[in-house]
Design a protein. Structure first.
Length: 520
């Protein structure tokens, strides 16, 4: 018995059930009061509406802002991968590129001139140092010679021999003066290091702090060394004064001459260090200019390559084969944003919206049967490929709509059979088969009743109403699969609740109208 016949039988049984019941021990069931159990396919499904779309769609966009000089694309046009669709006029970009190249060349010439001038200055400075012609050093050397002559002359006047005390005091003074020379050299070197650390970009602040502390320590060393000289000079002066005042005065003069000599030595060393620092600074400046020029060249070449690549995109080609579904560009107008959209219609999807209450029934891989108004009278096959985890955005409501929209979820159905007659964008009505049982024994819901946690049906067995315990299987809106408890050919009473009190009574099942006796 087919599903439609079963439904008709159920309707008839509901009308005729009362006529079948009586107070006698035996009564007759009319046709439709019972159902002969047969094996049939049982399936459950939900319906949904949607639209035919391509599985793959590509949007072509322009990276240039020039006008479109040629356009060969229209909606519905079939194209092949690599087919030319449009050309963008890049003459303005070409002019920008040429202007940029000219400006870069001019800048590079200026940089090379700057580097050449720096190298010439550096060579001249090194030549001065090598030939002893540096004015700062020469001036310091002249000052040192004068101070040395003055000290030698003053020292020659201090030929007072004296005793052991004077000899020891004079030795202590020489040692203290040597310490001043050492401290002055250390202080100058520390000062240069500190200046270098402040002039070098990107130096760690802690490095500068360490240099500054070292310079401060060196200055304290100089001050302490001079204190030692002053004490040694005072001690020598007192020792000589006790024996000869005139000799003591000459010693004072020699000590003053030595102080000038010490300053002259420091000035010469400072001049030499300054000259070397000047060389290093100039050499670093030349090197920095070269490095900056190299970095600028890399940046400029990158910008030029970008423009050249953009110009290479002036010819627009289709990356895939398919149908043009939209064309946004217009010939003669600037290419801004989307040029066209191409859909690969070799694989199609049906995008449907499923009610929130039905979504739990849908599983990936569910079979789908659908129709489309573009192919009337034909059915197509598909499978559920994607179930959106996010609810679809509700349609916009106008100010007169007050009823809330129903929540729905997008489901993609991959078309698995022939699809040549399906047109992109056309509507589709889909039946998603959520469950299916092959060769199932099924009865209507009304044929089953529950009692004490168990399920039962009533059958007519040898003319007697008999109760059978069953196990339910798959359930649909109208039917229930009976997994165990009945067999094909059993006569099941359709309205079980109406005859539960008739268990054990004899019954006659009337033959189907128009059939021979004994045929049902």
């Amino acid at each position: 018995m087919t599903v439609n016949k079963k439904i008709i039988a159920m309707a008839l049984s509901a009308v005729l059930a009362l006529g079948a019941c009586g107070k006698s021990d035996e009564f007759t069931f009319n046709h439709g009061d019972t159902l002969t159990v047969t094996a049939d396919n049982l399936e459950d499904s939900i319906t949904a509406s949607g639209q035919v779309v391509a599985k793959q769609e590509v949007t072509l966009t322009a990276t240039l802002n020039g006008p479109i000089s040629h356009l060969d694309a229209k909606v519905g046009q079939r194209v092949q991968a690599g087919q030319h669709l449009a050309t963008i006029d890049v003459s303005a970009t070409q002019r920008d590129l040429e202007a940029q190249k000219a400006a870069n060349a001019a800048q590079e010439v200026g940089t090379l001139n700057q580097v050449e001038a720096g190298n010439q200055q550096l060579s001249y400075l090194r030549e001065q140092l090598n030939r002893g012609l540096h004015p700062g050093i020469n001036g310091a050397q002249a000052g040192l010679r004068q101070a040395q002559d003055a000290f030698d002359a003053a020292q020659a006047e201090t030929n007072f021999g004296g005793d052991e005390e004077i000899t020891q005091a004079r030795a202590a003074l020489e040692q203290a003066r040597a310490e001043v020379d050492r401290a002055n050299s250390a202080a100058l070197q520390s000062g240069i290091t500190t200046l270098n650390s402040t002039a070098t970009p990107g130096v760690d602040p802690s490095t500068y702090a360490v240099s500054l502390l070292q310079w401060s320590d060196s200055q304290q060393g100089v001050h302490k060394a001079w204190e030692g000289v002053e004490k040694a000079e005072a001690a020598l002066h007192r020792a000589i004064l006790r024996q000869d005042k005139a000799a003591a005065d000459k010693e004072r003069a020699a000590q003053a001459a030595w102080a000038n000599l010490a300053d002259a030595k420091r000035n010469l060393e400072a001049a030499e260090l300054a000259a070397n620092q000047e060389v290093n600074t100039l050499a670093k400046s030349v090197q920095d200019t070269l490095e900056q020029a190299a970095a600028t060249r890399v940046s400029e070449e990158s910008a030029q390559r970008r423009l050249e690549l953009e110009m290479g995109n002036a010819e627009i080609h289709s990356p895939i084969s398919g149908l043009i579904t939209s064309v946004e560009a217009k010939q003669g107008q600037a290419a801004t944003g989307t040029i066209a959209t191409i859909a690969d219609d070799s694989q199609k999807l049906i995008k449907v919206l499923v009610r929130e209450s039905d979504l739990h029934k849908v599983q990936l891989g569910n079979d789908v049967i659908f129709t489309s108004e573009t192919a009337p009278g034909k059915e197509f096959n598909g499978k559920v490929e994607f179930i959106s985890p996010v609810a679809a955005a509700p349609p916009k409501q106008d100010q007169f709509q007050s009823a809330p929209t129903k929540t729905e979820f997008s489901v993609d159905i991959l078309v698995t059979g022939p699809s040549e007659e399906l047109r992109l964008g056309s509507s589709a009505k889909a039946k998603i088969i959520t469950s299916r049982a092959e060769n199932a024994l099924t009865v209507p819901h009304s044929a089953i009743y529950d009692q004490d946690g168990k399920s039962y049906v009533l059958i007519v067995d040898k003319g007697v109403i008999t109760q059978r315990e069953i196990t339910k299987g798959q359930t649909t809106e109208f039917y229930v699969e009976v997994a165990t408890g009945i067999e094909p050919g059993n006569e099941v009473i359709v309205q079980a609740d109406a005859h539960r009190h008739n268990i054990g009574q004899k019954v006659t099942v009337a033959p189907q109208p128009g059939s021979f006796e004994g045929e049902q």
